[in-house]
Design a binder for this molecule. Sequence first.
Ligand code: NAD
Length: 496
Amino acid sequence: MTFESFDMTTALYDGRALINGVRVHALDGQTFDCISPVDGRLLTTVARCGQADVDVAVAAGRAAFEDRRWCGLAPAARKRVMIKFADQLLAHADELAMMETLDMGKPIKYARGVDVNSAANCLRWYGEAVDKIYDEIAPTASTALALIQREPMGVVGVIVPWNYPMIMAAWKIAPALAAGNSVVLKPSEKSPLTALRLAELALEAGIPPGVFNVVPGYGPEAGSPLALHMDVDCIAFTGSTRVGKQIHVMAGQSNLKRAWTELGGKSPNIVFADCPDLDKAVEAALGGIFFNQGESCNAPSRLFVEASIRDQFLEKALALVPAYAPANPLAPDTVMGAIVDQTQMNSVLRYIELGKQEGAALLAGGAQALRDTGGCYVQPTIFAGVTPDMTIAREEIFGPVLSVLSFTDTAEVVRQANQSIYGLQAAVWTRDINKAHGVARALRAGTVHVNQYDEDDITVPFGGYKQSGVGRDKSLHAFDKYTETKTTWIRIDSPV
Ligand code: NAD
């Protein structure tokens, strides 16, 4: 079967929640429609979970934690199950990729080649790590022994967005589960399907019932009860800065659960005239903003080009734009798919209108595409002549829209790059090692790229400064979010 020839009417996806190892309807029987942005068709109906369902899921997670059916296993035993879980994803890679593409519109090539593989790698990596981490003994006086140990927190609530549904979930559930916690995951209402399937695959891999529960639903109805729950020990959130702030409030309002937030971005990409490879810089600038239809928190959406190479840069950039024309996400070579839904598409189009109204020069795109498909597509769009005060230079658009600014002075461009509520990522392109280090040091961002924008690995932390959030996903640092630190003092009355 090719993905393109797949008969969507046969895709009878199960939209029920997964609680305590069983697929269930919402307790009040409510559902919501899961519409594909590929062509507007109904994929399935999904359980619209609310407070009562969240209560049952949290209770299941708590019971599993209390009887130690998962956290009581030796780390090596949890490792084996986590690796099986990763293998299950790979064994069902085509199915998961198809589900992801139909549900949120990304090209099948990336759903299969990036999302499934990356999520599986994440599960495997944290599984592999968990039996290689040692606890500590403090350097105290010899009259006592102080053990410093990491313990799982208990029940972890996870709320994720729709742009990389499997990867965002994996970044949180992998370290949380590997560390021995129970998890209640609320996927985005815009892309709930793969999370539900992941929970089934986890059960098949040997994760005991009750340890990993999925409650689909809307944010205020299923997300808030999780963030406010008195029996949830930690809430790990990825999404917008607006909702992220509410998550911290809800954690404070309830039981002071640990709250970790991975939020928005408006990442600056600074290209100096002495950039070592202009073609590579152009490719990275466009690849970065147009990958995943621009729906990436770390997309380099503010491009600062030194004035002396601006025209040359833009000429090369415009020549590349046609390669990103939106096309059928199920076609094997498509690189730009559908925007996740009508609401998000309209929001992107509204920002494009604002860009025009505020005086930016529209160089490419600027309109909806492939209207006759019934899906949600936006042309790859480039604005030049953007100034820092314009809305499209300040706000996260979360679509395929690049804002190009130009500069002449290094200190000034660093000031402008940092002039943002966000601080997720940044990039600098120069062959001058002093400038590269100096600018990288001055940029207020969780990750700074030098002369590339592609490098990514599960071994490195991912997260932001400022209003891009609190805490880090990926790397061994992620275990800090899902474990408590316990000190045990043991008195030693030495006979010798
Ligand atoms: P969103 O904040 O609207 O929704 C995120 C999740 O929160 C969804 O599951 C949603 O249902 C839930 N939610 C909404 N309102 C809620 C409430 N009142 N209480 C509890 N939960 C609620 O964000 P989105 O549109 O799904 O995702 C896009 C955003 O995510 C962008 O800002 C993007 O930058 C950010 N993002 C950040 C990272 C990162 O690692 N920093 C990664 C991916 C996406």
